[in-house]
Design a protein around this ligand. Structure first.
Ligand code: VG1
Ligand code: CO
Length: 544
């Protein structure tokens, strides 16, 4: 066997963010850059000799090259087997499913999720642990520490593996198994949802759906599930062919970037149901005919209706949501008499709660929803969950959400993103808000009174680990709040996220446009944080 030890120099910028290491492709293409990071991952792990690793990505530019490098490094470092998706393709939820099902040691997922792809766009690498979920902070910190002192890496000199042919191949002493990217995932979905009932809905002639895969990884999964298995007409899945640059778009399922789907659902003769997914298939957007479901509401509605779905018929152990996600789910949890957990942003914080059986459903305002079936958020799972509810209730999306608001009240919600802000200015803005925290409590801001103002810290109830500085919150006496944080997934300058929420029990006001209902809070946020002055921007770049 031809194992080479290559001498290398550390890079100082390989700190994983909210979801893995994300950089521009040219950064990853620097000599030894990817290799250093992969070796840093392996160096931070123990006991993987002879074990299985799952590898795959969302098909973006540099996916195939990166996989060849990772396979040769895994072989040189002593893994027994790598399971890789055909063509190098695995959605993030499918990878999580495989790690769990085949009891792999872990997995490497190549994706920058909703960020654009292409030779000058983004690439990313994420390590998942044996529960199938994103590595917790203590692991990502160990990887970063290793990356700063790395002096060599190990790689096998061998020809590339044919990633397009299913079957087992030898790479040195290691086995590479190229597997069907979707079969195990489909089987898992069939075990959770009432496929017969959903099929009746989709083929009964009364109901039409459109699914926008945004030229990203979900395309082949969605076609196989909705068109081949459930019998929806061909063409139900739009933009279903994964492209290395996602057709030049942002594969981000929101009202701004999934505009073709939005135009369809808000147009003449619109379908009854629309959904979109992101680059790596873990996010979802849900639309009814001329109706948008906020991700926070979606989580609450899924929780309230979970008993209609076979996989959740026995009830929920608990619900978990990220801190900036609206408190709509908390109301459902209270009604169900179960716990609701509030975690920092990022799916890695849900892993312990799911493993310990404390939570069954989890969600984030950023179009992420999931459950204990895997340890990642899962776009198609959410779409199937909605379809199962629609099939069981025989009502429209709009009716279901409005009835939900009638029962629970409406948590009016919006997120304003200011992208590509100068990093220094963004930090100054955050420091400026932090400096006011000790004196805000009890103060009147416009028609609101501050009930609390803090920088969110989270103590994991399972392992006691503490995460500080997870977002600045200003809460008001009427339950409204605003949250400020900087993104940990961007690759250009800083992105400020402002999250706004108010609670409206009055049914007569449920039809209000959130931007109108939240107008005073939006103005107060600017007053507190000097957003326009410090960012130099008059308006957010994206409103969701
Ligand atoms: C964003 C979202 C967060 C999500 C993360 C990864 O992080 O806000 O909720 O978990 O992306 O999602 P940030 O730090 O930019 O706010 V994905 O679909 O990129 O894996
Ligand atoms: Co994603």
């Amino acid at each position: 066997m031809d194992i080479r030890t290559v001498v290398t120099q550390p890079y100082s910028d390989q700190k994983p963010g909210t979801s893995g290491l994300r950089k521009k492709v040219p950064t990853f293409q620097q000599p030894h850059y990817l290799e250093n990071f992969i070796q840093a991952i392996f160096n931070s792990l123990e006991g993987y000799q002879g074990q299985t690793l799952v590898v795959g990505g969302d098909g973006r530019y540099y996916n195939r090259q990166a996989i060849q490098i990772i396979l040769k490094m895994a072989a040189a470092n002593g893994f027994g087997k790598v399971m890789v998706g055909q063509g190098g393709i695995l959605s993030t939820p499918a990878a999580s499913c495989l790690i769990r099902k085949y009891r792999a040691f872990g997995g490497i997922i190549l994706s920058a999720s909703h960020n654009p792809g292409g030779p000058n766009e983004d690439f990313g690498v994420k390590y998942n642990i044996s529960n199938g979920g994103p590595a917790p902070e203590k692991v990502t910190e160990a990887i970063f520490t290793n990356s700063k002192s790395i002096t060599e890496y190990r790689v096998l000199d061998a020809a590339d593996v044919n990633l397009d042919r299913l079957g087992c191949f030898k790479l040195g002493e290691m086995t590479v198994e190229v597997i069907d990217s979707g079969a195990d995932y489909l089987e898992l979905m069939q075990s959770l949802f009432d496929f017969d009932r959903i099929q009746q809905l989709l083929t009964g002639g009364q109901f039409r759906m459109a699914m926008d895969a945004m030229h990203a990884v979900t395309g082949p999964y969605a076609r196989s599930i909705f068109e081949t298995t459930l019998g929806a007409p061909a063409g139900t899945v739009m933009h279903g062919v994964p492209l290395e640059d996602f057709g030049g778009g942002h594969p981000d399922p929101n009202l701004v970037y999934a505009h073709e789907l939005v135009e369809l659902l808000f147009g003449e003769d619109a379908p009854d149901f629309g959904a979109a997914s992101d680059g790596d298939g873990d996010r979802n957007m849900i639309l009814g005919r001329r109706f948008f479901v906020t991700p926070s509401d979606s989580l609450a509605v899924l929780a309230a209706n979970a008993k209609l779905v076979p996989g959740y018929r026995d009830g929920l152990a608990g619900i978990a949501r990220s801190m900036p996600t609206s408190q709509a789910a908390d109301r459902v949890a209270a009604r169900l008499g179960i716990d609701c957990y509030e975690t920092p942003t990022g799916w890695k914080f849900f892993g312990n709660l799911l493993d310990a059986g404390k939570a069954t459903l989890c969600g984030e305002e950023s179009f992420g929803t999931g459950s204990n079936h895997i340890r990642e958020k899962d776009g198609l799972w959410a779409v199937l969950f909605w379809l199962n509810i629609l099939a069981a209730r025989q009502e429209s999306v709009e009716q279901i959400v409005k009835e939900h608001w009638q029962q629970f009240g409406r948590n009016i919600y919006s997120r304003h993103d200011y992208e590509a802000v100068d990093t220094e200015r963004a930090n100054k803005l955050m420091e400026g808000v932090r400096a006011q925290l000790p004196t805000l409590k009890g103060q009147k801001l416009g028609s609101y009174e501050v009930a609390y103002a803090d920088d969110f810290s989270y103590t994991d109830p399972v392992d006691g680990s503490i995460s500080h500085k997870q977002g600045v919150r200003i809460g008001f006496t009427d339950g409204s709040r605003m949250v400020f944080r900087l993104s940990g997934t961007g690759t250009q300058g800083a992105t400020l996220r402002l999250y706004l929420e108010s609670y409206e029990p009055n049914i007569a006001k449920h039809g209000l446009d959130p931007q109108v209902a939240l107008a005073e809070m939006i103005q107060l946020a600017d007053q507190v944080a000097q957003i326009r002055t410090l960012t130099g921007m008059d308006q957010p770049t994206v409103i969701t």
